[in-house]
Structures are given as structure tokens and as C-alpha cells.
Design a protein around this ligand. Structure first.
Ligand SMILES: Cc1cc2nc3c(=O)[nH]c(=O)nc-3n(C[C@H](O)[C@H](O)[C@H](O)COP(=O)(O)OP(=O)(O)OC[C@H]3O[C@@H](n4cnc5c(N)ncnc54)[C@H](O)[C@@H]3O)c2cc1C
Length: 480
């Protein structure tokens, strides 16, 4: 519950909208230039309405820029061309299985159903190429359904989206322009626009027929983390600093229902102390992790999000990732991995003995761990930690990298319906208000990191962004 005077910090309530000194009038106001906001803007612009997109930072992209641009979709023509049989049902099942039925099943199914349309629209309508990734499969997905750009880099996806937006005369973008408060009708809570502080211009009242909240979640807000995800309040935050949670607070002040506020995505493969992402594809292809005692501590393959807590529970909160040349060559073109190479996070060795000595691990224990892992990988023994997916057994030369666990983004937020309208506890939509991405409740369960199926983040950002943009654009035309 938000106290009355606190609400005034979050929302300007008015009884007489026409009397407010509006500075700008648009059809659709989109707040946040990550994947959700850019896609929503493009989808709304294609409906012929005037879009104003505001971003509080000096550049676009948010967490989407930091991401690996991996987007899940079931039943795309790219899958069909590759002979992959997938379905909306299977993808829905995979998401609900991973999150222990912790997301709205109807909305989950709807998003899965819209996912192939998103990927094909990006390719066909916007000319943004995403290909099916077939070199590895992430745990929890029962089919190859991740689509990504060539570099596996979100910053490139954001650049492509910005270039697409530049082709639309009906999209204007303002940077260094944080939205400070929503503006709403006191009587029915209908949203009328937002107060936006534009650098060099000052505070502006932007009137809009529809507002889309695409500000992501609260990964960079320690107070909200302490309230909703206390176990991560002091964790290393690897996401974007702009994600300070105000979109969720505005929605809450207008009576929106919140859901899944304890859920989040973390990652157990952040190179340490370099702070660069050693992609989890290493594990998917056969890498393992040892702690500073030279011992494995968990089945690394169970999922990168929950693996963060496993790594953080080890001595000094770190582990050493061990992989080989086959894996190195597969991921060496990934931009994040390149960055790890450039920063010296990855070391090469002729033997596991040399690797252990270099990372100051107990040599004999590490050698024993390595040999036991190889036996399991060759199928000669059962893995005592229950791992069954090994790729090919590792072969020298070996590579090692010290990794730690980090918080990537939060997954809880404002409840939305199938049109991405933000809904109240009674299920009725707050008039004129939409959300997607990390501002909306996600698909990763009620609490903790384990319900996150890989790529749930961009699923919520891009698919809900497209739904929100289309719905808002259409509604402007209909005057509703
Ligand atoms: C390293 C890393 C790798 C990842 N890889 C993947 C992946 O491969 N696949 C996947 O599915 N997910 C991935 N994720 C998660 C994914 O990046 C996010 O879930 C997704 O990008 C969220 O998109 P968004 O549009 O909701 O938010 P963002 O992309 O974070 O955009 C929100 C924007 O809103 C702006 N903003 C905030 N407040 C205001 C305000 N008051 N006024 C104006 N602007 C505001 C922010 O500055 C930001 O630019 C990854 C995350 C990280 C950190």
C-alpha cells in the first residue's frame, strides 16, 4: 500500500485535466528505451500514431544493451527450415515447468503464441536479422528455440532498433529525459500523461492518450531489493543502473496489482574481478565449475540463474570455470566472451595441473575432480552431482576463468493482461496504461532465481512490448 502523501510524489492527480499547463501532446508516450520501449514505439508507430519515447540516460538500451540478445520463440519459420519441431504448447510447458506454475498460465501461453510473430516481424518488417541458435541448447528448453543476432550482443540489437525507429517520422526520442511522475485523473485513475524532465528544457507535462511503461524493474534500487529480494540486496548488480523501479511504484500508487516481486534473474558465470560475462554457453557445451578447494559443488547444468547462489555460497563467493578449446572456439565470436579475452579473464593451460597451480587450487584434489568429471562425461561413471549433459569430454588445452554470481535483473512487477494493460487487483485495467519487460510481472515464478528459464527476460520485454505498442496504437485510433 502506498500512503496518500507518498502517492503525490509518484502521480500528479487532477480533477481538471484541461486546466493543466501541458507542454507536449502526443498519442503514445513510451517511457524507457530498452528492448520493450523501442519495440513498443515501433509497433505503435506502425499503427500511424505519434509516439514520444523518453529515456532518462544519455543513451538508449538499458539492460537490453547488456544482454546477449537471445530471444525465445516457438514455431518460427527459422525453426521449420532447420527441421526443428516446436510448439506453443511445448514452450508454455517449459516456462511453467521451470517456474513451478508461478506465472499466469493464460498469459504465459499468449506470450508463447505471440513469440514467433515477434521474431518474424523483426526480420520481415523491420529488417532486423535474428537467426535460430543451434550450436547449444540452454537447460529447460526442450527444443532449439533461441533466436539471436550474429554477435549475440544486445547493444547491436538496440542499434538496429534505433535505426529502424529513425525511419519513422512519427517517433521522437528524448534522452536525458527522465519521467518523474505519472499524471492521472483523480476520479477514475485514468492516466493522462507524465511529467518529464528534459535536460536543458526543464520539467514538461506530456499529455498522452496512452502511456507505456518500459522502465524495466528495480535491480538498481537497493531499498526495493531489501524489501522484495533481501538475499540480493548486497549482491553485485550486473544490470543497468537506470533500472530503479519507479515504474512499478507509479503503477502501485494507481492501484495496480503486483506479482512475482521476489523473482529475479541472476547469473553464476560473471568473470571476476573483471566484471564481464563468461557466457553460460560454456557450461551448456561441457564446462564445469570448481571451488577454491578444487571441488565441484553442484550440477552446474541446472540453470545459470540459480547457479549464482551456488557460486556465491562458496569460499570468497567465487568458482573456477574449466573448459576446453572446442568450447572456446564455439563462443570466441560472442562479444561478451571477446571482452573476457581482452580483459585477461581467461587463461590457457596444457593440463589441469597447470590450471590448478595458476588459480592456487589444491592440485591433487583438482586433478581428482577433473578425472571424475571426465569419467562421467565419457559415460564410464555416474556423476555424483547428478549431471547428465556434458557435451563432449574436455580435452587439453584447457582454459580457466574465475567467476562469481551476480544479480542481472528483477522479474516481478505490475500485473498485465493479454493486451499488456496494467490491471488492478480486481482484474480491471487502469485506463490508458500499459507495461512490458521488467516493469511487468514476468514469467519466472513467485520468488527466487530458479524459476527463470533462459531468455524469459527478452521474452517479456520484446513480446509484451510489441503487444503493448500495437494495443496502445490501435486504441488511440478508436478513441478508447
Ligand atoms: C548481462 C545480461 C545479459 C542478459 N542476456 C539476456 C538474454 O540473452 N536474453 C534474455 O531474454 N534476457 C537477457 N537478459 C535480461 C534482459 O536484458 C532484460 O530482461 C531486458 O533487457 C529488459 O528489457 P526492458 O526493455 O524491460 O528494460 P531495459 O532494457 O533495462 O530498458 C529500460 C530503460 O528504461 C530507462 N528508464 C528507467 N527509468 C526511467 C525513467 N524514469 N524515465 C525514462 N527512462 C527510464 C532505463 O534507463 C533503461 O534504458 C540479460 C541481462 C543482463 C544484465
Amino acid at each position: 500500500m502506498v500512503a496518500a502523501q507518498e502517492k503525490e510524489h509518484l502521480v500528479i492527480f487532477t480533477d481538471r485535466p484541461d486546466d493543466l499547463p501541458w507542454d507536449i501532446e502526443v498519442d503514445v508516450l513510451v517511457i524507457g528505451t530498452g528492448g520493450c520501449g523501442l519495440i513498443a514505439s515501433l509497433a505503435a508507430a506502425q499503427k500511424g500514431v505519434q509516439v514520444f519515447l523518453v529515456e532518462k540516460e544519455k543513451t538508449a538500451g538499458g539492460n537490453t544493451s547488456l544482454s546477449q540478445a537471445m530471444v525465445p520463440a516457438a514455431g518460427t519459420r527459422f525453426q521449420k527450415e532447420a527441421g526443428i519441431e516446436d510448439s506453443v504448447e511445448l514452450m508454455t510447458q517449459d516456462i511453467l515447468h521451470k517456474n513451478s506454475n508461478g506465472s499466469d498460465p493464460e498469459l504465459t501461453r499468449h506470450v508463447a503464441q505471440e513469440s514467433p510473430k515477434l521474431v518474424e516481424w523483426l526480420n520481415d518488417s523491420l529488417g532486423i536479422r535474428l537467426d535460430l541458435v543451434t550450436e547449444f541448447i540452454y537447460p529447460g528448453h526442450s527444443q532449439y528455440r533461441i533466436h539471436a543476432n550474429r554477435t549475440k550482443k544486445g547493444a547491436h540489437l538496440v542499434n538496429d532498433l534505433l535505426q529502424a525507429a529513425a525511419r519513422y517520422e512519427n517517433i521522437d526520442i528524448a534522452y536525458n529525459a527522465p519521467a518523474r511522475r505519472l499524471i492521472a485523473n483523480r476520479k477514475d485513475g485514468a492516466v493522462l500523461g507524465a511529467e518529464v524532465e528534459i535536460e536543458g528544457v526543464g520539467k514538461n507535462l506530456a499529455r498522452a492518450k496512452k502511456v507505456i511503461l518500459a522502465l524495466n524493474g528495480f535491480g538498481a534500487n537497493r531499498e526495493m531489493l531489501a524489501k522484495y529480494i533481501p538475499e540480493m540486496k548486497d549482491a553485485y548488480y550486473f544490470g543497468h543502473e537506470g533500472n530503479t523501479g519507479e515504474g512499478i511504484l507509479w503503477g502501485e500508487a494507481l492501484g495496480a496489482a503486483l506479482d512475482c516481486m521476489g523473482a529475479y534473474q541472476a547469473h553464476g558465470s560473471v568473470a571476476h574481478p573483471h566484471g564481464t560475462l563468461l557466457t553460460y554457453v560454456t557450461v551448456s557445451m561441457g564446462a564445469y565449475h570448481v571451488n577454491l578447494d578444487g571441488k565441484r559443488f553442484v550440477n552446474e547444468y541446472h540453470g545459470y540463474s540459480e547457479h549464482a547462489l551456488d557460486v556465491l555460497a562458496q569460499k570468497e563467493g567465487v568458482a573456477i570455470a574449466v573448459f576446453d578449446d572446442r568450447i572456446y572456439r564455439t563462443v570466441q565470436d560472442y562479444e561478451d566472451f571477446q571482452q573476457c579475452i581482452r580483459m585477461g579473464a581467461i587463461r590457457k593451460f596444457d593440463s589441469i595441473r597447470d590450471l590448478a597451480a595458476s588459480f592456487r587450487l589444491p592440485v591433487e584434489d583438482t586433478v581428482a575432480t577433473h578425472e571424475a568429471f571426465l569419467k562421467a562425461a565419457r559415460g564410464e561413471a555416474k556423476d555424483p552431482l547428478g549431471r547428465r549433459e556434458f557435451g563432449k569430454p574436455l580435452e587439453p588445452p584447457l582454459y580457466g576463468a574465475k567467476v562469481t554470481g551476480a544479480l542481472f535483473h528483477t522479474q516481478g512487477g505490475l500485473k498485465v493482461n493479454k493486451r499488456a494493460q496494467i490491471i488492478r487487483k480486481d482484474g480491471t485495467p487502469i485506463p490508458n496504461l500499459f507495461a512490458g519487460g521488467g516493469t511487468a510481472a514476468g514469467f519466472s515464478g513467485k520468488a527466487g532465481p530458479a524459476g527463470y528459464l533462459s531468455a524469459n527476460g527478452l521474452l517479456a520485454a520484446l513480446v509484451l512490448g510489441k503487444i503493448a505498442g500495437e494495443a496502445a496504437g490501435e486504441a488511440c485510433g478508436q478513441g478508447s
